[in-house]
Design a protein around this ligand. Structure first.
Ligand code: PLP
Length: 497
């Protein structure tokens, strides 16, 4: 339970530098450093393949690349894939050439079902809702993972390597990872889920996939058993090296980078860089909101960061008293935010402390040992000037779903609606538009929504198709040897195919 920073993982390595997009001048060469200050610095390709740093820290750019206001103005009117290339170029540098990066950005977002990729709706005066759920799994994680899949394919092909990704899921992350790497050369993916213990929609979103490189394993056990099997495979160094094991974790820098792009889109759509915006984000692992913070560091005028949590409120409590302390997880209507710890928060603490790696190492060690740490009043003060946090329980969530539906006719999922409520409660300056991030299609959480609005939630065509498709998965005992033998056999078959 306490090795949280490793939860979902990845591992490998290589080399790079950083350049600006075609239309901009070369400004900086970005290297990535660890928040704990001990691991060697890496380039973009290396951090993408490595995931977690060897000292247990998370990678961040050595310095933030920035865009001037005229440069940001020039981004108006770019298509989403063009914006991806422009915003990410400084993070990637010369490690991917221009035509290749353009093709990757196009492919990553080709399978979204809305032409705008991240469309924005207006909910009220100065209140906007950005739909980040038009991707293949109907949730915002597709933005990062679809692009990460492209990066893996490119880097592995260039190195002539292959890798085996193993992961455990209790629901959503499984399908997002599967959609990201299905059909990708050089990658075999094994996703473990607890047999009979994920919802049938969530299972079908994983098991309908027919691509030969995707392997769904239903383990006779609980989610914890699945997670322990994955950890045990990583800890078996012989097996890890033999299979070139890897994971798609939420702490991968490339995932954060890909999420920065839609904040640029949001601000540009509402008059940026000549008009500031506020953002409001339903938060779990702090990845999405940290991407907004990165966008601000890069020169995007974001005035206020608002986060919302459900009753698993470790973050909201921290923002009130500066004490981060773990509690048991409670099931809520917004399960993707049912967390005990926000792994990406370490990146923000590193920034707000003035990049004090020694302090971060001390706080994280303390947290690992005691389940809690505190920051001093000075630091808390800085944090509070940038962030506002709001917590909601299930009853309030249902009421907010009903209210938004009555006032606007929009059906909002139980995660996103927490961000909308947080925006209403916390926005300080009413003249600044707030963009609330819509993280999941309501159809994924129809059971929670229908009693609140008194009608059926419409299912997108894409979901209908999944629900009626044939399923592909194998049931295995909760036994490490059996799982390893299965993985080994499938990987060998793939290599001989
Ligand atoms: C993952 C997820 C979140 C939380 O996002 P973080 O980046 O972990 O803060 C919120 N809503 C949904 C639907 C999610 O899948």
């Amino acid at each position: 339970m306490k090795s949280h920073f490793l939860q979902v993982m990845l591992a490998i390595q290589s080399g790079l530098t950083i350049i600006k997009p075609l239309i901009f001048s070369i400004k900086s060469i970005v290297k990535y450093i660890s928040t704990r200050g001990q691991a060697s610095s890496l380039n973009f390709e290396e951090v993408t393949l490595a995931g977690l740093a060897r000292d247990g820290g998370l990678y961040v750019p050595e310095s933030w690349p920035t865009f001037s206001a005229p440069e940001i103005r020039n981004m108006r009117g770019l298509s989403y894939p063009e914006l991806v290339v422009t915003v990410l170029r400084p993070f990637i540098g010369d490690c991917i050439d221009e035509p290749t990066l353009q093709a990757m950005a196009k492919r990553a977002y080709a399978n979204f079902s809305h032409a705008a990729i991240a469309p924005i709706k207006q909910l009220d005066t100065n209140l906007y809702f950005m739909e980040l759920f038009q991707g293949p799994t109907l949730a915002f994680k597709d933005f990062a993972l679809q692009f990460l899949g492209q990066l893996f394919e490119h880097f592995l092909a260039r190195r002539g390597e292959h890798c085996t990704i193993v992961g455990a899921t209790s629901g959503d992350t499984g399908s997002a990872a599967i959609e990201a790497v299905r059909g990708i050369k050089g990658v075999e993916l094994f996703m473990l889920h607890p047999d009979g213990r994920v919802s049938s929609v969530q299972r079908k979103q994983m098991t309908y996939v027919e691509d030969k490189n995707i392997h769904n394993l239903a383990i006779k056990g609980h989610f914890d058993d699945c997670q322990n099997l994955v950890k045990a495979m990583f800890n078996d160094t012989g097996f890890r090296d033999e299979m070139n094991l890897s994971a798609v974790n939420s702490i991968n820098w490339a995932r954060i980078a890909a999420q920065v792009v839609y904040y640029f889109r949001a601000a540009l759509s509402l008059g940026g860089p000549d008009r500031p915006i506020n953002v409001s984000v339903p938060t779990g692992n702090f990845g999405n909101i940290f991407a907004a913070y990165v966008a601000q560091q890069m020169g995007l005028p974001i005035e206020q960061f608002i986060i919302g949590s459900n009753q698993n409120d470790i973050l909201t409590r921290f923002f009130s008293d500066g004490n981060m302390s773990q509690k048991a997880v409670e099931a809520s209507l917004s399960p993707s935010m049912d967390i005990q710890i926000s792994s990406n928060f370490e990146r923000y603490l590193f920034e707000v402390s003035g990049r004090d790696a020694a302090l971060i190492t001390r706080l994280m060690d303390e947290f690992k040992q005691t389940g809690s740490f505190s920051v001093d009043a000075n630091l808390l003060d800085k944090v509070k000037r940038q962030f506002s946090a709001f917590r909601m329980d299930d009853e309030q969530t249902r009421a907010e779903i009903a209210r938004v539906y009555q006032e606007t006719g929009e059906i909002i999922d139980p995660h996103s609606v927490i961000g909308i409520a947080a925006a209403r409660a916390c926005a300080k300056d009413p003249s600044i538009p707030v963009v609330c991030m819509g993280t999941a299609d309501p159809a994924k959480f129809a059971d929670a929504i229908e009693p609140a609005i008194g009608r059926k939630v419409p299912y997108p065509a894409r979901l209908e198709k999944v629900l009626n498709a044939k399923e592909h998965f194998d049931v295995l005992e909760n036994d490490l040897n059996a799982v390893q033998a299965y993985v080994r056999k499938k990987v060998e078959q793939a290599q001989n195919a």
